[in-house]
Design a protein around this ligand. Sequence first.
Ligand code: KG4
Ligand code: ZN
Length: 356
Amino acid sequence: MTATSSIAQRYTLLGIETSCDETAASVVRGHPDGTREILSNVVLSQLDAHRPYGGVVPEIAARAHVEQLDGIIAAAMAEAALDWSALDAVAATAGPGLIAGVMVGLVTGKAIAAARNLPLLAINHLEGHALSPRLSAEVAFPYLLLLVSGGHCQLLIVRGVGAYERLGTTLDDAIGEAFDKTAKMLDLPYPGGPSVEAAARTGNAGRFDLPRPMVGRDNCDFSFSGLKTAVLHTLGRLETVTDQDAADIAAAFQAAVCDVLADRTAKAIALFRAAHEDISPQLVIAGGVAANRAIARALSELCAETGVALTVPPLKLCTDNGAMIAWAGIERFALGLTDPLDVAPRARWPLAQSPN
Ligand code: KG4
Ligand code: ZN
């Protein structure tokens, strides 16, 4: 694998990710010629532990990270077939996310750094997502990023490592959260995103008319709570809810989300063009919701219409993983941006504020 290189020498990093419900560790190696190697990428999903509750329970997540992380790191090192002495540094997610889980990963990263005398990189989880496309493809700065996950829905211009301009964000629910809550209302199984997508495939998107919040607004923000309420009201008007009703509502919801994403992203493309007239825009999609085929199709149609190159990293790098944390660590380490061992975990940590 190659990508635009800014690395002067070969770096091998361990990356640790524990900010939500995935316990993950990975070893990534970056070479000065632009080659990147994912030597291991071990992800343990806690889906089954949270399924009975229909969502992520922070206390259960933290306990599972404590129980599993050592084994996941050992597995990542074993799969990479490397000794600790082969590592140049350790990178761990330091936020934003569920604070107890973040603490588990960061403290573990600090312990390894202290015991092995390695530099530490405290990584912003969002920076991990933002830089992840450069791990698997030739993506040069600046590019436009649409981050769509269970915790976020943002449009950003990624100008360089540590140089992010947030064009817009959600004013209420994250997009994955909207999928998950809609699934719950429709009595579809957890996790909601894939269930809504599957139900929508057999549904008629035109039967129910749902709103397109924020469409046409002169900014790049999102809002999903009104759409969620509209789903609730639509359900309330039905006497009984058949499987076909649920499929039709799922299809209408997904169609609304696709329209909203396409409209907001079109606005961001226009802003990118205004800021970088000489650069042909490249759009990158990251986050678990990028798995949705209808959304990917809507955005690829938009990109084709507007002459924008589209990159969707492999799904394993779109959802939460340790490789994106190791990679963000390499990009920062190459610039000398290491962190002290007393760096604090952060539940909230905006990657970039709005320009005004
Ligand atoms: O990025 P991710 O793995 O975790 C974080 O939230 O950071 O994203 C998980 C979210 C969940 O809300 C899940 O329902 C959603 O991504 N998701 C989907 C699909 N697959 C996962 N949403 C819509 N369609 C999908 N196929
Ligand atoms: Zn994430």
